[in-house]
Design a protein around this ligand. Sequence first.
Ligand code: SF4
Length: 270
Amino acid sequence: MIAAPLPALAPPSDPESGPLDYVSASRLKCWQECRLKFYFRYVERITSPTNPALFVGKAVHHVLQQWNLARWRGEAADAETLKPGFSAYWEDAQAEEEIDWSGKEDEHRQKSWTMLEHYFEHTPIPLEEKPQAVEVIVDRDLEAHGLPPLRGVIDLVRAGGCIVDFKTSARTPAQKLAGHLHETQLTTYALLYREATGEEESGFELQFLIKTKQPKLIVTSLPPAKPDQVRRFLHLMESLVEGVEREDFIPSPGLQCSYCDYQTQCQSWR
Ligand code: SF4
């Protein structure tokens, strides 16, 4: 049963793990996007530097986690209380990373905080609502299906079993496509939530914090994962396992190449 929040964000990714030690939503998404990218990231384990957008996403997630934990504990959860934690994270976390800000660090920092202030003002979650779970790591044993374990971190489960995922984005997402584009991730959460509680989730909320000049919050509500989606998900996991076992790492050139970290390695791959 999901009963307690974790005190700190603990990503499920283990840099030492093999490509089939476990499967996660990010591994599956990478596999769907480009098998060669999966190879560079999870087989060769070529690390790539954190870019500003990724760092902003991590900082925003950190503050939202603190906000959720404060609500869980019944403590003050307003912008003024959370701002010192944002500043400390911004300084401490990047001390360990090399980020090319191109002279725009202050701009990114200001935008990130403005986006959070906007969220606290417009969030659909009442302050007095106690979360069911915050940043919970869950594993699901899928040995019965002949598959590796599934692992993930759920950002937030609202009272009543609605799974929430926070996303930062530079532009407004196409809401009609949200369920389709995020199906792999949401089905991962559904399977993990069902494993942890023995119950079905009541639905999903994708909460997009948009980094436009005037920040926006877009909330997309989606129904629980359907049996068809779970079947499709298990087939996707099978495809990953079979593909890795026969070393089927064909490249998939497309729009995604423009933001791929492995362009150089890709060009010289034979
Ligand atoms: S550059 Fe494109 S084809 Fe090459 S690994 Fe990256 S996503 Fe795949």
